[in-house]
Write a protein that binds this ligand. Structure first.
Ligand code: NDP
Length: 474
């Protein structure tokens, strides 16, 4: 983030008042107050999110991915909850073994194998990189080696599938529900540990936020950047490694299962693997950029990230592939090309929008966006210790079209994954519904935070770029 220190004290406070946000500027690290709606949503998610995941996976396992049939069976009295529960595979030693090896392997790749990809891949930014300024004014260093971990993991996966045959490439699908219990255990252990750590031995006490509400703190996290030792960063590890590296492996396992069951892999399964594979690879290619996104820059580490990365992400982001194992859809060429184009255009918008902001911020505005010098709004904010920083909000390129056009591209890509599954069931469409809610809520959350941070400068920006996602509409 391009931000410059300025001299401290009275003058700074004075300027903050001018900015219209004196009361809230010290709180920009967590501007979202614990109102009754936030609390109700949190309690709802804590109680029901694990059940929602279970319901989706169970409905594929027992009802061929129909979301309505289990409900109909229960309401008509054809089945009791206990019938469904008794048919659910339990935790097994095999699954526990697979999961422990998987997580341990990712920890080893993350902590003990420094990045070498940046030494030979032109344009790739890896190795030790700095994150953004935290509310306490700290700048953390990160070892960016996710691309390397992804490559090593996938090379080993293919080497096993084609040469070594130590385990079946369908191993993930075959143990999917037993693995769900393991993922839940890890998700809860990590979130609970993070909460206790926040109270007893925080990595940086000044970057902890206690709202006084136990459930809110558990869900949204206390510590900003919890770490063990110098390098094991909870946020970077849990989001990227058990979550996003697993994403492409899970899809490959589904493709292998289609091959095993039907003797072929359908074009829809290939589309889902390719489009989601591009998204995952993009994430790791741009892992250094990820340090500047909301997850790392603004969210604290609690159940939302800890459990979400271990369970929600790998289980619900991969529903399309799972669905296609039960319903192998073969798309006609025109539909396949249309969906591919939608996915690629969405990806292009997503990537270019993010790239434009990254370039703009890295060069402090000294760059070209669409061949011209970018236009922007100058703004200022303060960290908790009263240090004043300056920043800029770009109003050129895609950032002049809408305040979150990167989300719009993301949503187009998400829709493409769903469309690849045809229209027989609603289950694969969960993703686009969820992403629309997530990203719209994120827009609002981010804007609330940015307003607290930048005050009237943010108002000038929203006047210059009035729409959030779709120019002229929203
Ligand atoms: P952004 O990358 O859009 O970052 C928002 C931040 O950028 C703001 O808080 C502000 O931070 C800064 N900013 C806002 N407007 C401007 C501007 N005009 N010029 C310069 N800086 C600006 O949001 P996210 O971190 O949420 O998303 C990153 C990407 O990740 C998105 O493409 C999104 O689609 C994707 N994503 C995917 C998810 C998934 O589950 N698949 C989940 C979440 C995100 P500052 O305080 O620095 O000014």
């Amino acid at each position: 983030m391009a931000a410059h220190h300025e001299k401290k004290s009275e003058e700074r406070k004075h300027k903050s008042t001018q900015n219209g946000t004196q009361a809230s500027q010290g709180q920009w690290g967590r501007a979202w107050e614990v109102d009754w709606f936030s609390l109700a949503s949190i309690l709802f998610l804590l109680m029901f999110a694990p059940l929602i995941v279970y319901y989706f996976i169970m409905s594929c396992d027992q009802y061929q991915c129909s979301l309505t049939d289990p409900l109909i069976d229960l309401l008509m009295g054809n089945k009791h909850l206990s019938d469904i529960w008794n048919k659910t595979p339990t935790l097994t030693y095999t699954a526990a073994g697979i999961y422990i090896v998987w997580v341990a392997f990712q920890v080893i790749l993350y902590v003990f194998v420094p990045d070498f990809c940046h030494k030979f891949l032109p344009g790739y930014v890896g190795g030790v990189q700095e994150g953004a300024v935290t509310p306490a004014g700290v700048v953390n260093k990160y070892e960016i080696n996710g691309l390397q971990a992804w490559i090593i993991t996938h090379v080993l996966w293919f080497a096993n599938a084609y040469y070594f045959h130590c385990f079946s490439p369908t191993i993930i699908f075959d143990n999917w529900i037993p693995l769900l219990w393991c993922a839940n255990i890890l998700g809860y252990v990590v979130s609970t540990f993070a909460m206790i750590k926040g109270y007893l031995f925080p990595t940086n006490a000044k970057d902890c936020k206690f709202t006084g509400n136990f459930f809110y703190d558990y869900m949204m996290g206390i510590e900003f950047n919890p770490r063990i030792g110098k390098w094991f960063d909870f946020k970077l590890f849990f989001n990227g490694r058990p979550g996003i590296i697993a994403w492409t492996l899970i899809n490959l396992s589904y493709a292998a299962k289609q091959q095993e069951l039907y003797g072929q892999v359908t074009n829809s399964m290939i589309l889902v693997n390719v489009l989601q594979g591009i998204y995952v690879l993009d994430f790791f290619w741009n892992e250094a950029w990820y340090l500047k996104t909301i997850d790392i820059c603004h969210d604290h580490f609690g159940w939302y990230l800890g459990w979400g990365d271990c369970v929600w992400l790998p289980y619900l982001y991969t529903l399309q592939g799972l669905y296609l194992v039960y319903h192998p859809v073969e798309l006609c060429t025109a539909n396949a090309i249309g969906i591919l184009m939608l996915g690629l255009i969405g990806y292009y918008i997503f990537r270019m929008t993010n790239h434009q902001k990254d370039l703009f911020r890295r060069t402090n505005g000294n760059c070209k966006i669409w061949g011209k010098k970018p236009e922007y709004i100058e703004c200022s904010y303060m960290s908790v210790d009263g240090t004043k920083y300056y920043s800029k909000l770009m109003t050129s390129g895609f950032w002049g079209w809408a305040r979150h056009f990167n989300y719009t591209g993301d949503l187009m890509g998400s829709l493409a994954y769903c469309l690849a599954c045809g229209f027989e069931h609603i289950l694969p469409y969960f993703y686009i519904v969820y992403m629309t809610i997530l990203l719209t809520h994120r827009c609002i959350r981010d804007e609330h935070r940015c307003f607290s941070k930048y005050g009237k400068d943010w108002k000038r920006y929203t006047a210059a770029v009035p729409y959030r996602l779709i120019p002229g509409v929203f």
